[in-house]
Design a protein around this ligand. Structure first.
Ligand code: AMP
Length: 648
């Protein structure tokens, strides 16, 4: 995905505010003494915590530690982490005895400026990993603002890693910011030559990484166990080396793709092979592809080291993920050590993916000599794969005015099979879009749509919801269910619903508030009929709709809301408001929000135009000052047309 700048903690007004910060204090503990054996993760969060303390915020920290299965367990308490933080920061850190219980809530309420509260292990509640909206709402109720600084869990959509952002204004902390700057920067705008070094055991774990890097890097170096699958795929002899025969076709495809794109894909030219998988095995160096029967490749050979080191020396950007051999055995760590040294010696921007590569660079003593060691294992891998990380994606944009292209399929798609088909067609077309993209699909297509859109930059919207959570409302859809399923947006008060289903400003307001209370983002529609336009009643009518829809909605919630201006006379009629007509009303709506709230609130509001937007009209409409995108009907059912709109 193209890089969208997210707000940083410095972009929030934190003084006097309660700020809930998701940190990654999942530190290793000694099994017998329960003492922290490595406090790197706590140290990593210090810059953000210090900033908040120094700027008079009331700091509420939340993290998980270990994998508690059934509620609270003393051995998974955050106490050791809270105590260590207090030592490191030189201030008391109060530990709550629960997460969203009485103790946490009363301690949060009593916080004074500059004080720090740590909640108990958030995974004491099973609702955390389910991203349960009610649990997230309870957590959010203790704070005014949300900061995510846990990169290690940013690839998970949990309540504390992503869900909180549906309830509170949000930003990243310094740790996530640094990951975004380095990894995001390298992927979006690398200094060239950009050399990616990939190793580790299996091709299957790195398919996504290699595919994404082929589109971005100049050179891809492949080492480690996975190189043997590439060699065997070409018919070479690899003895008993690691091999995934079911990935032969894929390996050959990746080689062909690199060739077609002019990307240099380098495989080892020689290998250190052993007669057993053991530290003290007998070893010999052989040419790649000529490993004798019964021997296995455990490291790259000296000629490969020379070849790869020369590429590394020439690089301006380097990403390294996965060791070149079985570096845990000293005897087979030579290749990994040599590449680590080459990276350390180069003056390129060097980024070390988390997990094993980070461990290797530290073990080999080169940690200080690289630009950035990622703090995430799975998260950094998924980031390099180009997947959308929920813990980052959920945060507010730095710049206001990002285009939001939302489709409204109405009842017009073959359900549910068409949903997956359409989304799968759309995904590659919009993967580099900087706009926000959502599809409002029929209720029955939601599960298929969510599955097809997973990890992509396409969000799913519902076309309506009820305002009650449950009860005797035959045929209605609960906003809680939608939130639990993972739906992001809900269209509310569409003119068709107002006209055919007697939806009033009052119900629109009730639905909007209900949606917000479950962490769904409402797209609130308004618009005038042809008769009203001709009678010059447009502005009065729309002002009434906006005032009605926003009744009792506090300013902090505006960042979750989108307004869609939909002139009824231009919906499904093929008539489009001219750019000027659409701009005039959207500017007026912004003015109404300014009157109801404040100028800054109005400037930050996302306002869409809807009404026969198509591939031809989108660019003109979206370039208007007060139009931040469109709510698109028919054209959102054609992948190519909608992609043109999303990229407009
Ligand atoms: P990954 O988690 O995929 O990055 O893999 C890291 C693991 O790959 C390390 O534990 C290495 O020991 C292992 N590895 C690297 N090269 C080889 C090899 N030639 N044969 C077996 N395992 C390897």
């Amino acid at each position: 995905m193209a890089m969208v700048q997210k707000k940083n903690v410095e972009d929030l007004n934190v003084a006097g505010k309660k700020v809930i910060v998701r940190v990654d204090f999942n530190v290793p503990l000694d099994k017998t003494t329960n003492e922290i054996t490595d406090d790197k993760r706590i140290k990593g969060a210090l810059p953000t915590i210090k900033y908040l303390v120094e700027n008079n915020a009331k700091v509420i920290l939340v993290s998980h530690l270990g994998r508690p299965k059934n509620g609270p367990e003393a051995k998974f308490s955050m106490k050791p982490a809270a105590d260590r933080l207090a030592e490191l920061i030189g201030k008391p850190v109060v530990l709550a005895s629960d997460v969203i219980g009485e103790d946490a809530k009363s301690k949060a309420a009593a916080l004074k400026e500059g004080e720090i509260l740590m909640l108990e292990n958030v995974r004491f509640h099973k609702e955390e990993t389910k991203n349960d909206p009610k649990f997230a709402a309870e957590l959010a109720s203790m704070a005014d603002l949300y900061v995510n600084d846990a990169f290690g869990t940013a690839h998970r959509a949990h309540a504390s890693t992503a869900g909180l952002a549906n309830f509170l204004p949000s930003a990243s902390g310094y740790l996530i910011q640094k990951e975004l700057d380095f990894i995001g920067g390298a992927l979006a705008n690398p200094k060239r030559p950009f050399v990616a070094i990939l190793g580790g055991s299996k091709v299957s774990d790195k398919i996504g990484v290699i595919s994404n890097l082929i589109d971005k890097a100049d050179t891809i170096i492949i080492g480690g166990g996975m190189a043997y699958t590439f060699a065997a795929a070409k018919g070479a002899s690899i003895g008993t080396s690691l091999c995934e025969p079911d990935k032969f076709d894929l390996a050959n495809e990746l080689v062909a793709k690199a060739e077609a794109k002019g990307v240099k894909l380098l495989l080892p030219v020689d290998t250190v092979c052993a007669d057993a998988f053991a530290e003290d095995a007998n070893s010999q160096v052989v040419e790649s592809g000529k490993i004798p029967d019964g021997w296995m490749g455990l490291d790259i050979g000296p000629k490969s080291i020379e070849l790869f080191s020369a590429e590394i020396a020439n690089a301006k950007t380097i990403i390294w993920n996965g060791p070149a051999g079985v570096f845990e055995f000293d005897k087979f760590a030579t290749g990994t050590r040599a590449l680590a040294k080459a990276i350390a010696d180069s003056d390129a921007i060097s980024i070390i993916g988390g997990g094993d590569s980070a461990a290797a660079i530290e073990k080999l003593g080169f940690a200080e000599k690289v630009s950035h060691i990622s703090t995430g294992g799975g998260a950094s891998l998924e980031f390099i794969e180009g997947k959308v990380l929920p813990g980052i994606d959920c945060l507010q944009d730095k710049e206001i005015g990002r285009t939001f292209a939302a489709g409204n399929w109405k009842m017009n798609c073959g359900c549910p099979d068409d949903a997956a088909k359409l989304i799968n067609e759309l995904k590659p077309l919009v993967k580099d879009a900087t706009s926000t993209i959502a599809l409002g699909v029929p209720f029955l297509a939601i599960p298929a749509a969510l599955e097809a859109a997973a990890y992509s930059n396409i969000k799913i919207a519902a076309q309506n919801c009820h305002f009650e959570e449950k009860g005797a409302f035959t045929g209605e859809i609960s906003p809680l269910w939608l939130a639990k399923m993972g739906v992001t947006y809900v269209i509310i008060g569409h003119s068709e619903r107002r006209e055919y289903f007697a939806e009033t400003d009052e119900t629109v307001n009730k639905k909007a508030k209900a949606a917000l209370s479950y962490g769904l983002k409402p797209i609130i529609c308004c618009g005038e009929s042809l008769a009203q336009r001709e009678a010059n009643e447009t502005f009065d009518w729309i002002k009434g709709q906006i005032i009605g829809a926003f009744k009792d909605i506090p300013a902090e919630k505006l960042c979750q809301i989108t307004i869609a201006y939909e002139p009824i006379w231009a919906i499904g009629t093929g008539k489009t408001a001219s750019d000027e007509q659409a701009q005039e009303v959207c500017a007026f709506i912004r003015g109404v929000i300014a009157e109801l709230y404040c100028d800054k609130c109005a400037a930050a509001m996302t306002i869409q135009y809807g009404g026969s937007v198509n591939a031809k009209t989108a660019a003109g409409l979206f370039s208007q000052k007060d139009i931040n995108g469109g709510l698109v009907g028919g054209a959102s059912l054609k992948a190519e047309d909608f992609s043109i709109i999303a990229l407009a």
